[in-house]
Design a protein around this ligand. Structure first.
Ligand code: 4AD
Ligand code: MG
Length: 428
């Protein structure tokens, strides 16, 4: 008992009686037999009942997406999908399904309205399996490299990534916000633990409705003591290589279901990532038809042009100070720029990581807060960290959903989240 299709659909089990549970993904009825495709998390298998079988009348009642347990003899059948077939000897129906609303050819909005049912499709299941591998690999990477897993609150009193994307909520008689990033708390925890990470949801009231923005996304963040920008980029590269390598090892079946060309994924594992400073990135964009001035911010459209031309991920480094939040450390050799990096995924995807070296000096921090229009009094505890034994430190945030989207090469971030949240969608 408790066997999956992938455990039994093999030469070893031919001629034996097997019991499987699952959902019926397809039904074909003939005059003398009924064929069911039984689906479980591992695979699908063809099951058949002939008119002379005692199970025939009950099998004939079964509808698409009904759930059941069946027992029968396994045999090889070259014509069946997967190459095996079970002749049904015994049957227990858990739930007889009403007519299933999802059929081939539905539009995206209908499918997301029925996300709770659409999740069962082979394609979506494949994406979710890859998503699971990505999360597993992130935890594995940090745990194997001596990081502590630490949590920060989701209810917070102020902004990290700019006020325009803050979700305001009523917190008893006060105002509070949903966290945009664990970073400020991480900078406190890093003083005692030195190497920490988290994987948690972050929230952004992004009204931009692009193909790569969610209002709730999964954020893998890390903070490391005594690490500079250069070392940080090395850490980012090792993490991304580890994740992609694991997916290539574990998820060949799923990548093939998605018809994912794997060249760029293999490149990301085998070749070094590029490193370019901000001005070179602007030059590259302009060489490819854009007309950007130095000082222009890079959004999805610009990054699409830049990364369509590349065959490995690229670090875009040292942005002008005006383009980045207060916590980035100004470059000592050119304080008009900061020691930051965005890691841009190839094939048009763009930013999957944002990070950098942090301001470690109290006066600079207070000035930077004011320049960003923030009140230093609201950041008293954060400023304290620069008053009592400041250390050089760096960190980054990886958008896990964006990484999954690129690995699967999908056109919209909603496809990689079980129940996505966007400005227009909070159901189901
Ligand atoms: O670049 P961001 O805003 O950086 C931070 O939040 C830093 N405080 C992280 C840190 O240093 N600890 O966000 C980091 C990453 C982005 O590169 C992107 O991949 C993802 O988070 N991200 C989003 N993903 C989906 N939907 C959104 N609305 C996102 N906003 C950011
Ligand atoms: Mg960013």
């Amino acid at each position: 008992m408790d066997l999956l299709i992938s455990d039994v659909a093999n030469k070893e089990h031919i001629g034996t009686s097997v019991t499987l549970r699952g959902f019926v993904s397809n039904i074909r009825k003939g005059k003398n037999n009924v064929f069911l495709m039984l689906r479980d998390p591992s695979d699908v298998i063809q099951c058949v009942s002939h008119v002379s079988d005692k199970t025939f009348s009950e099998v004939s009642k079964i509808t698409r997406e009904s759930s059941l347990e069946l027992t029968g003899k396994l045999k090889e059948d070259k014509r069946a999908e997967g190459g095996y077939e079970i002749s049904i000897d015994d049957l227990k129906i858990y739930g007889l399904a009403e007519p299933f609303p999802i059929k081939k050819g539905h539009k995206k909005v209908f499918l997301f309205d029925n996300r709770h049912l659409w999740l069962r499709s082979r394609r979506v299941t494949s994406i979710m399996k890859i998503r699971s591998s990505v999360f597993e690999s992130i935890h594995e990477f940090f745990r194997n490299n001596g990081f502590y897993e630490m949590q920060s609150p989701s209810f917070v009193g102020g902004s990290v990534e700019g006020g325009s994307t803050l979700f305001e909520i009523k917190y008893f008689d006060k105002k509070a916000y949903l966290s945009q990033s664990w970073q400020l708390y991480a900078e406190a925890m890093v003083d005692s633990l030195w190497k920490i990470y988290t994987v948690a949801p972050s929230f952004r009231a992004e009204n931009s409705r692009t193909w790569r923005h969610l209002t709730e996304f999964w954020h893998a963040e890390t903070e490391v003591a005594f690490l500079d920008l250069n070392g940080l980029m090395g850490l980012e590269e090792r993490l991304v290589k580890h994740v992609v390598k694991n997916v290539l090892l574990k998820n060949q079946v799923e990548l093939n279901v998605l018809k994912r060309d794997q060249t760029m994924l293999k490149n990301a594992v085998e070749k070094p990532f590029l490193r370019m400073n901000y001005e070179s990135v602007i030059d590259l964009a302009n060489k490819n038809g854009l007309k950007l001035e130095y000082g222009a911010d890079l959004g999805a459209d610009e990054e699409r042009v830049i990364t369509s031309k590349l065959d490995v991920p690229v670090f875009a480094m040292n942005y002008p100070i005006k383009l980045k939040p207060f916590y980035h450390k100004p470059d000592p050799s050119d304080p008009t720029h900061v020691l930051c990096n965005d890691l841009l995924a190839p094939e048009g995807y763009g930013e999957i990581i944002g990070g950098g070296q942090r301001v470690d000096d109290k006066e600079t921090l207070i000035n930077r807060l004011k320049e960003d229009g923030l009140n230093p009094d609201d950041y008293k505890w954060y400023i304290d960290l620069r008053r009592y034994g400041a250390i050089p430190h760096s960190g980054f945030g990886l958008g896990v959903d964006r990484l999954v989207m690129w690995i699967c090469k999908l056109p919209h971030i909603m496809y990689v989240v079980p129940f996505p949240r966007t400005p227009r969608r909070i159901y189901p």
